[in-house]
Design a binder for this molecule. Structure first.
Ligand code: FEO
Length: 411
């Protein structure tokens, strides 16, 4: 059980800390653990904003009970129905028996689908709707597809408190609850990893909501996501909103990522030769062996790179499964504004570089150079050609970044 923490007068964090979490939602990772944040506002009407994963429900209930008897909770607001925020809803609904459970129109469908309950006092709210708590009001903001169709934000104007559910989250389990108590580089890395593995496909929606916040003059003193640390200083709030805009714009950077898998190290030799060529061309380059790096770590690295080079030997007329798996994951996240390159060794048929090239093209990446192949073990001459390819890619990346800066695409 975690003790409640005061955010402001009569506003409390009542969430849970999951130090054990490493597999995040079955598709990403949480190497530093995570938290499930929930917030309670005491007023003439008491409101709980979001719940927690089912395993952390009893802790939330105990924490809440230190502030008020659960049956005095009048409203439960469910900003998002994914089970890390709603898994303990049955427990909380039973204990609190609130006057209303508030969710978005899509949220209502997920409620029924997840819990099969039609007897709960659901009140559907839409963007712009308000709820009076007494001294304070709640305004619901459109956050559809950030990152589910049901997602919404809750804004409390009197406190300039914006509760954003998954958006602005980070997977960090720690004693610190606030961003200004944490190591800034660790926080920035976790914010970026979360964005690029969860939120990235919805970057257009991120830009839209950031524009909406600015256009509507929504002032934010406390930015309160449902995972990780809470932002409460003007500097941290501004930096986090700016970081999200930066992430969403996906400007290509003059950095490269080489990912590969290998059987008898020929493709690995090509990867290293490519690295030497890119580095000699002035490009900061990371190299990741796909059997030794989680696909989320690959995506986190790719986030800062304008070039992705992928290598696999040919095996049974196709690419290795690790490579196919990572590429499938990356494609789903829809990274934009990058160029690509493909390479690989082969014994007799040699399909892999072409397959990789087609996959990258299918992700919207231009390939400035044709796929590079090598039969069996690369000779010194082949490695020299591969280095030259790296140098040529460095030039192409430099041009790609300059072209993008001169004429960024329409949003
Ligand atoms: Fe943190 Fe979409 O759940």
């Amino acid at each position: 059980m975690m003790r409640p923490l005061t955010l402001a007068d009569d506003i409390f964090w009542v969430g849970g800390i999951d130090f054990e979490s490493r597999d995040f939602h079955g598709y990403s990772r949480s190497p530093l653990g995570t938290t499930y944040n929930a917030y309670l506002i005491k007023d003439r009407k008491n409101a709980l904003f979001d719940t927690v994963k089912e395993s952390h429900g009893p802790g939330l209930l105990e924490s809440l009970s230190r502030i008020l008897p659960p049956e005095q909770v009048d409203y439960i607001v469910v900003n998002h129905l994914e089970l890390d925020h709603s898994g303990s809803l049955p427990l909380l609904m039973e204990a609190c028996r609130p006057e209303a459970l508030l969710c978005s129109p899509q949220g209502e469908k997920f409620l029924v689908g997840h819990f099969g309950r039609r007897d709960w006092p659901v009140r559907v709210v839409s963007a712009g709707d308000t709820l009076s708590l007494g001294r304070r009001n709640v305004r619901f903001l459109e956050a559809r597809m950030l990152h589910w169709p049901d997602s919404m934000f809750s804004y409390i104007p009197e406190e300039k408190l914006l509760i954003t559910n998954d958006a602005f989250g980070q997977n960090i389990a720690s004693t610190a609850r606030f961003a200004d108590e944490a190591d800034p580089s660790l926080l920035r890395g976790a914010l970026s990893e979360y964005y690029h593995n969860i939120i990235l496909p919805y970057s257009p929606q991120v830009l839209k909501i950031l524009d909406q916040i600015a256009a509507q003059g929504i002032a934010v003193n406390i930015l309160a996501p449902d995972h990780g640390l809470i932002f409460r200083t003007p500097e941290d709030v501004a930096a986090t909103l700016a970081a999200y805009r930066d992430f969403a714009l996906q400007r290509p950077q003059k950095r490269a990522l080489i990912i590969y898998d290998t059987m008898w190290r020929s493709t690995e030799s090509l990867a290293h030769a490519l690295y030497r060529g890119l580095a000699a061309g002035g490009v900061d380059t990371a190299v990741m062996h796909l059997k030794q790096n989680h696909h989320s770590a690959v995506m986190s690295e790719l986030a800062h790179c304008g070039l992705l080079a992928v290598g696999s030997p040919t095996h049974n007329n196709t690419i290795l499964p690790s490579t196919a798996g990572v590429l499938t994951y990356l494609k789903g996240l829809r990274p934009k504004n990058k160029i690509g390159a493909a390479f690989g060794s082969f014994g007799w048929s040699g399909e892999s570089p072409k397959i990789l090239g087609e996959f990258l093209s299918g992700m919207g990446m231009a390939l400035p150079e044709p796929p590079f192949s090598c039969r069996l073990v690369p000779t010194a001459s082949v490695l020299a050609s591969c280095e030259a390819l790296g140098a040529s890619l460095a030039t192409a990346l430099d041009k790609h970044c300059r072209d993008f800066a001169d004429s960024p695409p329409e949003r």
